[in-house]
Every structure is written in C-alpha cells, then in structure tokens.
Design a protein around this ligand. Sequence first.
Ligand code: ADP
Length: 485
Amino acid sequence: MKRIDLNALNGAFIGGRWTPTADDRRFAVTNPADGSHLADVADCGADEARAAIEAASAAQAGWAARPAADRGAMLRRWRDLLVEHVDTLADILTAENGKPLAEARGEILYGASYLEWFAEEAKRLYGDIIPSASGHNRILVIKQPIGVCAVITPWNFPNAMLMRKAAAALAAGCTLVAKPAEDTPLSALAVAALAAEAGVPDGVFNIVPSSRPAEVGAELTGNDRVRKISFTGSTGVGRKLIEQSAAGIKRLSMELGGNAPFIVFADADLDAAVDGAIAAKFRNAGQTCVCANRIFVERSVMADFSARLSEKVKVLSVAQGHESGAQIGPLINKAALEKVERLVADARGAGAKVKVGGHRHEAGDLFYAPTVLEGVTAEMDVAREEIFGPVAALMAFDSEDEVIALANDTPYGLAAYVYTRDLGRAWRAGEALEYGMVGINEGIISSSAAPFGGIKQSGFGREGSHYGLDDYVSVKYMLMGGLGA
Ligand code: ADP
C-alpha cells in the first residue's frame, strides 16, 4: 500500500469490515489549512456503536485467550506497518489536522512507539504470590483483561492518542471500540486498515466515526457490555462521561484539560529555557494539553528571557503543513481561532503588552500569528483558561514560594515545567508542583516509556510505561487451600 486511498476510508470499521451506516449517512472532513474537502466518512449513531460493541464483545474471549506473546507479535507487526507507511499516514494527518508534515511524521512514529512498547509489555503482565497467614493455603494474584473498552479520542493527536490507548488495551487482552474526533477521523480509519493487514482479528479493533459524539458517547457509556471508558479531551466532556458511566459502574481513564506552568528561575540556562519554551508552547500550534500555558519568569531575567524568546518566535515559519519548513500550521477550526482572539483581546484590555504577533496570520483563514504577551497576570482569562493556540503568556514572579503557589492555583494538574540549575530547587519544585508530570530542564516529556496522566481536574489513569497496562486489567485474587499435610 503506497498511498492510502482516502475514498476507501469512508466506512466505519466494525467486525473487520468497512461498514456504511444503515441510511448511508456521511459527514465531510475538511483540511483546516485551506478549507478543502478531503472525504465523506460514515456518520455513525447509536446503532453502529452498538454493532461495534457487539463485534468487540464477540471477539473478546478469543482475544483474551491468546497467548500474550501472540498478541504482542501482532502489535509488533502493526507497529512495523505504521513505520512502513509513515509518509502516507503523516500526509493524511497533516491534511485533516493541519500540523506541519514533520510533526505529523513525528506523531506517527510516536504512536507506533506505543505499539512497540506494549507489544513487549504484553508478555510481562505478571501476577503475584503472597504469603498467607495460614500455612495451609496460598494467596495468588492474577491480572485479567477488563473486557470491551470504549475509547474516545481528540483531534490534536489523531494517531498517537488512539495508539497509546489501543496498544495497551489490546496488549492486556481487551477488545476495543474507538470513536475518533469528528474533525480528524481519517487517521484512525487509516490505522484500522493496517490493523487488519497486521492480522489483528476481526472485532478486536473497531472504529465508529461520527459527527454526533453525544449520541455515540451515550451508547458507549450506557451499554453494559462496555466495561471501561478511556477518554482524552476536555474536562467538561470528561465530567459528562464520568456521570454517564456511573450507572454501569464502569472503569474509567480520563486524560483531560491542563493549564501547564512553565517556570524559569533566574539561575536557569536561559537559552535552554527559551528552546524548551518554544517546544512546549508552539508544538502543534499550541494545541496540546501539555502545552506551556503560563510561562512564569523570575523578574530579574524577564527582560532578557522575553527578548530571546521573541527573537525566536518572530522567525517561526507559519505555513500550510504540507509546505516544506512549516513550523506553525492552522488552528483546528473557527471556534479555536475565535477563542485565541478573545483571550489575547482580554489580556490586552487588562494591561498585557504584545511583544510579537497578536493577530491572525495571512497564511489562511484559520491561522494565528505566533504571539508573545508580556505582563500577564493571574486574573486574566489567558492565565486561567487553556489557550490551545500559539500564544506565549509571560508572567513575572519574585520568589520560589510565590511561583509554586501561583503555579498550583488552578483546578488542573497535568504537566508542569521547571528550569533551574539548582538541584535542591529542582527537587523541591518537582515535589511541590501539584501535577501528574513535571519536566525539569526539559520542554518535551512524552514518551511511551513514561506514565502520562494528570491529577485534580486533569483526570486520572496513566498511559504508557508499565503503569499503562494496569488501566486495562482487573486484579483477581485466588486463595488456594488444602495444602496442609
Ligand atoms: P475539544 O474541545 O478539544 O474538541 P472535546 O472534549 O470536545 O475536546 O472532544 C474530545 C473528544 O470527545 C472528541 O472525540 C469528541 O467528538 C468527543 N465528544 C465531545 N462531546 C462528547 C459527548 N457528549 N460524548 C462523547 N464524546 C464526546
């Protein structure tokens, strides 16, 4: 398969078959860089979601019964196919999401790394034998797949968010129904085509694209055959899914919104801090849940840091993702663009200074110029809300205690970043920050080997690393008796 045919990706993927909806309803997928039409995709509703759940349920026992090494080998083949088709998959990803091609390639390889990781971890789903109080029996612990899992994924990493859930679920012996975001269903459908080619059995991996997420979400959360929901997206939708899952007492993993602090102490290597801020802020045009949202800089180095950052932000190349050298693509849709405009206008109105950007960009209707704001304060919307755009909000601070308190003053707790050369301060800050992940002198922290996830209203559950498998298994205790003489 040299080029994945977009026209072939127009069905839902249910039970190993490309399936139209009963009424052949479809929705259009467009390219955010220029508004062009990419494909019409099956618009699934509750009926298709139910059919996918039934397919997953029918495949569950057989998949769980396979030796872990077989499941791992299949995931490994799937990984190899992703890598083999990286250019095609990146092309599709850039077309539907807008991110620069180089980032899209990086995302495909990152997504594939979860398949590699969990292909190996599948074989290490160890149990335990615990000494019992009685000499006549033994406490045995085994880990078993939870069962059918439903996963709902966002548009900002249409490949990687799906792969890190699917790889762990399938490795643990669970089957899966995935609902990709309505803006970006093609990347999910493309990997489904490769799953089939890798030999993943029919029904183990199902995709139900939809422009009606609430309807599909209601079926996924309401259906008793689904034993777990794993969601990546906004805190508001996560809260709704938790409520909807309460009746059926489902297992849940929630990877929700963030408001990441990026703290630069005066003793930091400022060049490294500037590079880290560029990476943590401007990747995917600022549209990631771990993007630096509030950049706290110690007052004595603020002018220097701001000048160095501004120099680099000014020369970021804003262009359609397919253009060579593009670094900043479009925002995903009009609502996202208008939100960024509102946040910048509010900050300006409240006294923040625009050092760079601060306006739309002529590259296209959904582009926003990379922006640096100085003089941001904690009350401004830009500091309280998740920006999800290419806007660096700089806030000055005077002491370690003050900045830790400011950084923690948010309902969110996903990622935080600290730049300092003082080892004691690095430890203190790392431990005091109420976040699930802390990058110390690093602006990019995601890796399949590391546990990704948040605390507070950023959610719960971990993806990646050996912790990631735990989210897809139930612990079973068996007491083996009759051993005494
Ligand atoms: P964003 O605001 O970044 O688009 P969302 O939380 O709205 O984030 O979307 C993340 C995912 O959640 C997408 O797949 C979207 O379709 C889905 N989604 C949105 N609303 C619901 C809902 N009511 N039930 C289930 N899924 C939903």
